[in-house]
Ligand binder design. Structure first.
Ligand code: NAG
Length: 306
């Protein structure tokens, strides 16, 4: 009897020890009883993590910037806009300021004098300004569109099963992500394009949707953030969809306030083309004139000789 109890206690201890890890963050370090996990973030502080959930994107970005600075590896281990106000992240990663609960501060400066306002996904939604820039509130992203391109499959993908299969795969992989938020799945078999619209009710203050989108972005573009390095491969019927690319569109509760800055490249190109054309035209005129004058002078001389 005693032996049995001792054995059971021993296995419990071993499994408790084995479980001191962080499923949702491969760079986390965990120790102690009870098990506590943390992530090194900007300026070398330890951020305590709740590994029963997806880790807030703001902490993940801080962790990635920290690893980048330390020279640690960050790798280890249809289509179009959903809405006219939708936008993509053209800036990439920066070192964000986070609230204690992991939400982004509305104003971000990346440790520089240049600041901008972000949405709840930490993506810039205004022009860049100086440190006096005001961001009144953190505007929620309530809709993300995931444009996933998958690799060629061995057989046909049955579009009838698609939405349920994708919702299921997302639910299982990303900590029981709420399937009801997956509103629509469109599919273009020729382009191998899968478009997944994920929405939360307007006015919702949680950011599960943006965390999930970030985990998926890393799953497809780099390597999983999850401790388990198994790739994200949704199964639809008998077909496995291995992903090769992802583009994320963000739709915020309020439209972003970018000005025409993103058009300036196009405008500059037009100005350059017009300028070149004008200069070329002037050169042609100039040489034509010169030739004409020479001809006239030659004629004049001939006349004089006569
Ligand atoms: C943030 O700063 C880092 C260097 O400190 C730079 O590499 C990165 O491009 C900046 N990101 C943005 C969005 O400005």
């Amino acid at each position: 009897m005693k032996i049995w109890i001792a054995l059971i206690l021993a296995t419990l201890a071993v499994s408790a020890y084995a479980q001191c890890g962080c499923d949702t963050m491969k760079w986390a370090t965990c120790d102690g009883t009870p098990c506590v996990c943390h992530l090194m973030v900007g300026n070398g502080t330890k951020q305590v993590l709740d590994c029963n959930k997806l880790i807030p994107k703001c902490f993940l970005m801080q962790g990635e910037m920290y690893r980048g600075r330390k020279g640690l590896s960050t790798r280890t281990g249809i289509g179009g806009k959903p809405d006219e106000t939708a936008f993509v992240d053209n800036d990439g990663i920066y070192d964000p300021d986070c609230e204690a609960d992991g939400t982004f501060k509305a104003k971000q400066c990346n440790n520089t004098d240049t600041c901008w306002c972000v949405n709840s996904a930490g993506v810039r939604r205004t022009d860049k300004g100086d440190m006096t820039l005001k961001c009144d509130e953190l505007v929620m992203t309530y809709w993300v569109r995931l444009e996933l391109k998958h690799k060629p499959t061995t057989g046909k993908v049955n579009p009838a099963n698609l939405k349920a299969a994708i919702a299921d795969a997302i639910h299982k992989r990303y900590k029981n992500f709420n399937k009801d938020m997956i509103k629509e799945v469109q599919y273009d078999p020729d382009a191998r394009l899968l478009i997944v619209d994920v929405q939360q009710p307007k006015g919702e203050r949680k950011s599960d949707l943006t965390h999930m989108a970030y985990y998926m972005e890393k799953d497809v573009k780099v390597l999983p953030l999850l401790k388990s390095q198994e790739p994200f491969v949704p199964q639809v019927g008998d077909q496995k969809l291995e992903m090769e690319n992802i583009l994320v569109y963000y739709v915020d509760e309020k439209a972003p306030t970018f000005t025409m800055q993103h058009l300036s490249g196009g405008i500059i190109a037009v100005i350059v083309v017009v300028a070149v054309a004008v200069v070329a035209g002037l050169l042609v005129l100039f040489f034509a004139r010169k030739r004409h004058n020479k001809y006239n002078k030659a004629q004049q001389r001939e006349m004089d000789n006569m």
